[in-house]
Design a protein around this ligand. Structure first.
Ligand SMILES: [Zn+2]
Length: 612
């Protein structure tokens, strides 16, 4: 169904007035549904016909025919060359031998045609119109060879025709070689994908409906180009990509239907009662900013941290707890929440990048996605879900040593040993944060939760933090894309957790989606951290990790790649189920263009520094 749906949308994009086109495509869908009943109008082959097909496609026959084609080519060149080199009398002496050989080869070609006709039937065999020409040339060549053998005295006219046919025979050889190269490719099929492509190609051959053939072409193209889970670029000219994105639109209309549950929205109505917030002791200037910008993509995280005396993370989480009524959900007093996040904040090391401000920034970006981009409505998040997303954002890099998993594994670090090299840091962060709570009753935000509720919250938070491991980025994104495109996609049901995971993971890589000024600061910080790791790796004689070599990493080039290969596909996926994200998506291209302008500058910078 996928290709026809996207195809029809592609057409309606090209010309929205063409209602008839859409009607056609609906008909096509009906036809597709009817297919099994009609058995695709396929001709069913008898056992002996199938045996012949297998025989013709067998390696031995394929190789023999190719060898024969080669021999025939040599023969024709020999005939043409001898005719030129020898005088007529000498040539006539040997020409009959050559003609007999030619006759033999042509008879084999004729036999091959007969076998093909028997195995596939005239209709399918001559589906390739070139084969009709091939047959004609072979038959006429045969006629001329017999004519030559019967009567040596040929007229000038016949000689000219013969010359033309020699030329055509060479053409025929090239055609034959191509046919057999194709056959040879088919006979070496090894992967399931190739077998599917072959099956689809054969199916296409026997179908009569032109639209269905187009659908099959689409399938072959996507399978053959390994694009089954690829999100297209947001390029107006790229109709296919638009069609794919509109595929998600299909889900979106359904989402809108599910969403407008007024009652629930009212329940989640943000309690913006200033007095309640003031009790939380959030510094006044920060509170003013959070009131206006708590769900804003362009909030300045560095400013927020500064305005709260370096306690931005704690104050932001207190604001969220009040805003979403989470004190009541956790049956907990604000001072316990403050105490808990103070402990979490203390656990963040003073790394250039993976520090408490990054945690605060990720939690706030999560809030932007669930609130401004309306995942609360689309996923029908309850207070518990909201709490999980925001807490996961806040704790997701707790205790980060400023070194990557690869470094920890390569240097046989204790953490790698503890977590068996599997998502080492992503296992470590939540593990420590649950220990903080259960190790100190005064800060245990989970203490009053009913056990089942606690289990659900714990599981959800752990899953979200695990999703920030870049090692699983590509495969998880592919699965999420396919879920969004699936007819049974349920953003508020069975797919909710997966989407919550993506919310946290995408917030973690969201710097390129922000204003360039903020983004550039984060870039400098992350590379400073990576380069410190690179220096360590150099010292220890370990392989220097990707982006970690300060002497070779071009900051601007690295960011262009990061946007193209990681961030853009991630947020294209977000766009697939959060249409409200659309106005922000273009930031990526704008920021990429800015980095592209800076590539040369960073090249010069690199040239000016040398390793010690
Ligand atoms: Zn992070």
């Amino acid at each position: 169904m996928l290709p026809s749906r996207s195809d029809s949308q592609q057409r309606s994009l090209e010309n929205p007035d063409k209602q008839t086109m859409r009607v056609d495509s609906t008909k096509r869908n009906e036809k597709l549904i009817e297919v099994p009943r009609k058995k695709l109008n396929m001709r069913l082959y008898s056992e002996s016909e199938q045996k012949f097909q297998d025989y013709v496609n067998s390696k031995i026959v394929t190789i023999s025919i190719i060898a024969l084609v080669g021999a025939y080519a040599i023969l024709i060149f020999v005939i043409v060359a001898l005719e030129e080199l020898l005088d007529e009398a000498e040539f006539n002496k040997i020409s009959s031998i050559l003609s007999w050989i030619e006759l033999g080869i042509l008879i084999i070609f004729i036999l091959e045609i007969f076998v093909g006709l028997y195995a596939w039937g005239i209709k399918k065999y001559y589906k390739d119109k070139w084969l009709i020409l091939d047959t004609l040339i072979i038959l006429l060549s045969l006629f001329f060879v017999i004519f030559e053998l019967a009567d040596q005295k040929t007229s000038n006219v016949i000689k000219v025709i013969q010359a033309v046919f020699r030329f055509l025979r060479i053409f025929l050889l090239i055609r034959k070689a191509q046919t057999f190269r194709r056959l040879a490719t088919i006979s070496t099929i090894s992967t399931p994908a190739e077998k599917i492509v072959r099956f689809l190609a054969e199916l296409k051959e026997v179908l009569e409906d032109e639209n269905m053939k187009l659908d099959i072409d689409y399938c072959i193209d996507k399978i053959g180009n390994n694009q089954l889970y690829q999100m297209g670029k947001l390029d107006e000219d790229n109709a296919e990509a638009m069609a794919w994105l509109n595929q998600s639109q299909q889900g979106r209309t359904e989402i809108k239907r599910i969403v407008t549950n007024e009652q629930q929205q009212q329940q989640l109505q943000q309690k913006k009662v200033m007095a309640n917030f003031q009790k939380l002791n959030i510094p006044k200037r920060l509170l003013d900013i959070l009131f206006k910008q708590h769900d804003d993509l362009y909030i300045d995280p560095f400013e927020c941290d500064k305005l709260s005396g370096g306690e931005g993370l704690v104050n932001l989480m207190l604001f969220f707890f009040e805003n979403y009524n989470l004190f009541d959900v956790f049956l907990i007093k604000p001072k316990v929440v403050r105490g808990y996040f103070e402990e979490v904040m203390k656990g963040y090391h003073d790394n250039p990048y993976h520090n408490k401000v990054h945690a605060q920034d990720v939690a706030q970006t999560c809030n932007f996605l669930i609130s401004k981009c309306k995942f609360i409505e689309i996923g029908q998040l309850d207070e518990q879900d909201i709490a999980c997303v925001l807490i996961a954002g806040a704790i997701h890099d707790y205790g980060h040593p400023g070194l990557t998993n690869a470094f920890l594994i390569n240097s046989r670090n204790e953490l790698a040993l503890t977590y068996n090299d599997q998502s080492v840091l992503e296992m470590f962060h939540p593990s420590q944060c649950f220990k903080i709570a259960w190790g100190n009753q005064k800060v245990n935000i989970f203490e009053n939760l009913q056990f089942q509720k606690y289990r659900r919250i714990r599981e959800s938070i752990i899953l979200m933090v695990l999703s920030t491991d870049m090692a699983h980025h590509a495969s998880e994104l592919a699965i999420t894309n396919s879920r969004i495109a699936a007819p049974d996609f349920e953003p508020n049901g069975k797919d909710k957790q997966r989407l919550m995971d993506l919310i946290v993971h995408s917030s973690d890589v969201s710097n390129p989606t922000k204003s360039f000024e903020i983004y550039k600061q984060w870039t400098e910080k992350v590379l400073t951290e990576f380069w410190l790791q690179g220096d360590k790796e150099r010292e220890l004689g370990l392989p220097i990790s990707y982006l970690c070599n300060r002497y070779t990493t071009n900051t601007a080039e690295a960011q262009v790649g990061f946007i193209d290969y990681v961030v853009k596909p991630t947020f294209a996926c977000i766009l697939g189920f959060l249409p409200a994200y659309e106005p922000f998506f273009q930031n990526l291209d704008k920021n990429k263009a800015k980095w592209q302008e800076l590539i040369e500058y960073y090249k010069q910078q690199l040239a000016s520094i040398q390793p010690k």
